[in-house]
Unconditional design. Structure first.
Length: 79
């Protein structure tokens, strides 16, 4: 059973995760960063003014990237 939670993930940790997951920072628009990857249809949006990152934002990104919560922590722990 996985007891790790998606809450309290800092903005820097989240950016590192996106980079390790193969995403690339494309641009910043206002208070939002747009991250893309060649195989996803929708970009991952990161709200730069909210730290720690909201749990629903991480869940949406994982769904978009086709990753699980376990994948998230495996990639995050490689950092």
């Amino acid at each position: 059973m996985n007891t790790q939670k998606l809450s309290n993930i800092t903005l820097n940790e989240y950016r590192q995760f996106l980079t390790k997951a193969g995403c690339k920072h494309e641009r910043t628009s206002g208070g939002h960063e747009i991250w893309v990857r060649s195989d996803i249809l929708r970009p991952v949006i990161v709200q730069t003014h909210i730290n720690p990152v909201a749990e629903f934002s991480i869940k949406n990104a994982l769904r978009n990237l086709g990753l699980t919560k376990k994948d998230f922590f495996d990639i995050l722990n490689q950092i």
